[in-house]
Design a protein around this ligand. Structure first.
Ligand code: GLN
Length: 198
């Protein structure tokens, strides 16, 4: 029998609890990752929404940035949502000067780029190219001070877009979403990510 994988959820700040709940509903074990040694027991990592500049600072202060970067470079599957997408990107536009990213997905993202009047919005996503179950059913997605993908490299696949802008992308075992799939009861995006892990 294949062992049940353990998926780490970066739990320094932000919306990590709902991710753990969604992942457990998909049948995997979860573990909160707050210190470098917590990475040892995980097969994959979810980087949640929150505040990417604060998470970058806490990753460095906790000596966790480099160990996460090493695991990503070694091919660990990862899912980043909103601030997590910013952290996994290769270039941050309108970031804090000292803010770092892992470069796990070759995209340039602009923080908070949807502008003040649409700080938060919801959209029904067409997932017909996303390789999910029930691909004809739209995914109701919540965007909260979301980043905009302004550039993507050749190896990056767009799985969903809004107004012609990518909002769900994959690159090898790494998936990033500009929105918050964990706020929905619809588990298709978490399940799609877990195909990289199972
Ligand atoms: N605007 C936040 C940032 O720059 C991301 C918002 C979110 O994760 N909901 O990190």
């Amino acid at each position: 029998m294949v062992a049940i994988p353990t998926v780490g959820v970066l739990a320094l700040q932000g919306a990590f609890a709902r991710h753990a709940k969604a992942l457990e509903a998909c049948g995997v074990t979860t573990a909160e990752v707050r210190r470098p040694e917590h990475l040892d027991g995980v097969d994959a990592l979810v980087l949640p929404g929150g505040e990417s500049s604060t998470m970058s600072m806490l990753l460095e202060r906790g000596d966790l940035f480099d160990p996460v970067a090493k695991r990503l470079a070694d091919g660990m599957p990862a899912l980043g949502t909103c601030a997590g997408m910013i952290l996994l990107s290769s270039e941050i536009l309108d970031g804090r000067p000292d803010q770092r990213c892992f470069g796990a997905v070759d995209i340039s993202v602009r923080r908070n780029a949807y502008g003040r009047q649409v700080d938060s919005f919801e959209a029904d996503l067409d997932l017909s190219s996303a390789g999910v179950d029930d691909p004809t059913v739209p995914f109701h997605a919540s965007f909260i001070r979301a980043p905009v993908v302004e550039r993507r490299g050749e190896g990056v696949t767009v799985l969903a877009e809004v107004d012609g802008r990518p909002v769900l992308c994959a690159s090898g075992p790494v998936m990033v979403a500009a929105f918050h799939p964990e706020l929905s009861d619809d588990l298709r995006i978490h399940r799609r990510f877990l195909e990289e892990v199972l």
